[in-house]
Structure formats: C-alpha cells, structure tokens
Design a protein around this ligand. Structure first.
Ligand SMILES: N[C@@H](CCC(=O)NCCCC(=O)O)C(=O)O
Length: 428
C-alpha cells in the first residue's frame, strides 16, 4: 500500500519559517496547514528557508502545488520603489510593536517569490495564507502597506468606527474582526450558509500588520475589512479546481479559526480553501502526468521506429552481401550490428521470421550461435515431450493448472513492475 501511495500523491511545496529554539535556528511550518494538506490527499514537501535553497528549487520537482503561509515582513524594497514614508520615530514604533515580524528574512522572500512566479508561469495551483497572499500580490506587481495601522488609518477620514484591530497581542488567537464577503466569488460559495442575513459578513482572525495596498490587476477581491483592506482575492480566469486551476490569497487564517476548547472550526466553510486547493493540485498532477505520458509514448514510438529502420537497413545490407559474395563485409560491418544484435536478443522467432531472415542473409554474422540456440530449443522440446508422454492424465492436468496459475501470477507481478517502472520514468 505505502509504495503505491508514495507514487500517487501529488506534492505541495511549503516554505518553512525560521525560529530560535535552545540557542539555535530551527525551521518550522504550522501543523494545521500540514494536517489539512495531508487530510485532503496531497503530500506536503517542506522547503527549508536555508541559504542557497532559492537556487535549488529544481530539485523539488515535480511541483503540483504551492502553499505559502506565515512569516516575517516582506522586504518593502520588493514592492515599494520610494521606500519609507515613515519618520525614524514611526519606524521605531512599528519595530517595537511588531518585533517578531519586522526582522526581514531575505532568503525566505527570495524562495517564496521564485515559487510564486513559477506557479504563475506554469499555472501551478497556489494558495497564499496571510504572508503568502502578500507574496502573491507582490509577485504580480501589486504593492503592500508597510504598516496598516499607520498608513490606512491615516487615510481613513471616516474616523474610528471603521478602524480595524489587525493584531491583538492580548487576545492573539481569540481576536476576530468582521469582513464583508463579495458575492459570486469562491469565498462566498464556501461561507454562504454562515453569512449573517443580508449583511454578507463573517468574523475572521488576524495576525498581520502589512496588507494589500494596490491589488495586482489580475486579481478580483473576495472580501473587505471595514477599513477597506482587501482580505481575500483570486484570479477569476485561473479558477477551476476540477481542472487544476487555483490562484488565491487569503489575508486571514481559516485553518486557525477554531474554538479554543474543541479545536472545531468557527464555520463549516473554514477548511474549504484547503479542500478546493488540494482538489486543484490533484487535477493538476493528473493533467501533468497525462501530458508527460503522451510525450513519453511519442518518444518511445520515435525511438522504436528509429531502431526498426536501422534493423531493416542492417538486413538489407546483409542480403546484398549474401547475394554479392563476402568481399565487402568490412566496409559495411557497422551497419550489420543492429541486425546481429536483434538476432541475438530474439531467439523465439517464428518459422516465417526465421526463413525471412535467412533469405535476407542475416546468417552472415553470429549465425552459428543462433542456429545452436534453435537446435537447443528443439532438443529441449523433444525431451519434454518424451517425459510428458510417460505421464498420467492426472499428472498432466496438474501440470497444466500449475503452469496456468504461474502464468497468471507472473503476468500480475510483471504488470505491477511495469507500472512502477513507468512511474519512475515519468517522475525522472
Ligand atoms: N509579517 C507579515 C505576515 C505576518 C504573518 O504571516 N502572520 C501569520 C503568523 C502568525 C503567527 O506567527 O502566529 C505581516 O505582519 O503582515
């Protein structure tokens, strides 16, 4: 069971985050993400955010999906050409308040932006949660607020009632704020039975202080916070999980919207983003393998045809030599190889094939070995017939059913081995 699953499950890449444990760096990924990916039928592959990995992403192929989630702030120089509009005092305040986030991890930025761009180039399913949604927007040319509280609240004239607390360190996991869900979007479909009547609102968690400022052109918003911040978006033209299409970003964490006591989700729709994402990942893998198999089959066909031609050519040269005498052999020896190899490898030829080969002169090289093998076969058959002639009907019918059973068994095992081999070839 295990080897089959290992071959079948599609792979979702997730980049780790760095922290310090017992005086040394360790890499981690939140288990809620991993559990959901496994639960819906894909294999999470953790890409460590260690130096140099951004140059080694080819080694993580095949990639059937990418899930990017939490982490430090994205380096503002990656999305904001004019850099800091903040005074030194403001920057110090931001760093003090969000100390865990404001240390930038350039290696992670670099790995994640490369992965996001790869997904966009190849239409690999991508789910961005929180920082992952910010990475997606930046990869597509959008920009971010470097600090929502300082920038968005400055812009919001409408006053305090629209202000949103995005980070509440006093009530970290219990904190929620409302978002307005946009109709006719996947998010609406997933949460529609939970929307407050007429209000189109759900309450979401929040663990960020950066956020989408200018949404990249290709995206459609799926939810807004009361201060206008985009809380979810997707590429409508690249959305069809059944066909392997999924490019989406969520600023909140549906995987983490759970009751403290029971660990149960706040809404039945919470796991849907993961479910639909993995659905797309699985469909993408199928599509990819399908087209690879066709490409492999075409390659095999072309190679077989090439081989067939060289064998034919070899036989025709052999025929000419046979008809004309043996003087010219050395000049054409290399062309004879294919035919000779073919004869060596195929002892079980039909009488018709054998006559045809003799006729075209294929006995010129290795003829004695070939004839010896044929003779040996004939002798073995003669001996077997003699033994069987002496056996009883019961013994003979036992022998028949034994070989029948063995035949069935070996074709089953052969089929399995070919399947494994085919998968290995496809995954090379
Ligand atoms: N630094 C970014 C992204 C923050 C982020 O990824 N938050 C989720 C992690 C929550 C946790 O570590 O508990 C920002 O602040 O916008």
């Amino acid at each position: 069971m295990a080897p089959d699953l290992a071959v079948i499950l599609p792979r979702v890449l997730i980049v780790s985050r760095r922290t310090v444990r017992k005086n040394k760096f360790v890499d981690f990924v939140g288990e809620y993400h991993l559990d959901l990916i496994v639960g819906y039928g894909a294999a999470p592959v953790i890409v460590p955010r260690v130096s140099g990995v951004h140059m080694l992403l080819d080694s993580f192929e095949p990639i059937h999906g990418v899930l990017l989630c939490e982490g430090e702030d994205i380096d503002p120089s990656l999305y904001d050409a004019e850099l800091s509009h903040f005074s030194q005092q403001e920057l110090d305040e931001i760093r003090k308040l969000h100390a865990g986030d404001t240390a930038i991890d350039r290696e992670k930025d670099s790995i994640e932006l490369r992965l996001a761009k790869l997904c966009l180039e190849r239409n690999i399913p991508y789910l961005g949660i929180c920082r992952g949604s910010q990475v997606l927007n930046v990869a597509c040319g959008g920009t971010l607020y470097q600090d929502i509280e300082k920038e968005l609240s400055k812009q919001t004239d409408s006053g305090r009632e629209n202000r949103v607390v995005q980070m509440n360190y006093e009530n970290y996991d219990g904190h929620r704020h409302v978002v307005r869900v946009v109709e006719n979007t996947p998010l609406y479909e997933w949460f529609k039975e939970s929307l407050d009547s007429g209000k189109m609102e759900i309450s979401v968690n929040s663990y960020h202080h950066q956020g989408v400022k200018r949404l990249a052109q290709r995206f459609v918003p799926m939810a807004f916070a009361p201060d206008g911040l985009v809380e979810g978006f997707y590429d409508r033209d690249a959305y069809n999980p059944e066909e392997g299409k999924f490019i989406m970003g969520l600023q909140f964490h549906p995987e983490r919207m759970r009751s403290e006591e029971s660990d149960g989700f706040d809404y039945p729709g919470c796991a849907a983003a993961y479910k639909e994402f993995v659905k797309a990942v699985r469909a993408y893998e199928k599509k990819l393998n399908g087209s690879r198999n066709v490409a492999m089959a075409l390659k095999f066909d072309r190679e077989a045809e090439k081989r067939r031609r060289s064998i034919l050519r070899s036989f025709s040269v052999a025929k000419n030599i046979y008809t004309a005498g043996s003087d010219t052999i050395s000049a054409q020896e290399s062309e004879l190889e294919a035919g000779a190899e073919f004869l060596e490898a195929n002892t079980a030829l039909s009488v018709q094939q054998e006559n045809r080969l003799k006729q075209v002169g294929a006995t010129v090289r290795n003829a004695s070995a070939y004839i010896n093998r044929l003779k040996m076969n004939e002798e073995r058959q003669k001996a077997a017939r003699a033994v069987m002639g002496k056996m009883s009907i019961k013994q003979l019918s036992d022998l028949v059913s034994f070989y029948h059973e063995m035949g069935q068994l070996s074709s089953q095992v052969l089929e399995m081995k070919l399947k494994v081999l085919m998968n290995e070839v496809v995954h090379v």
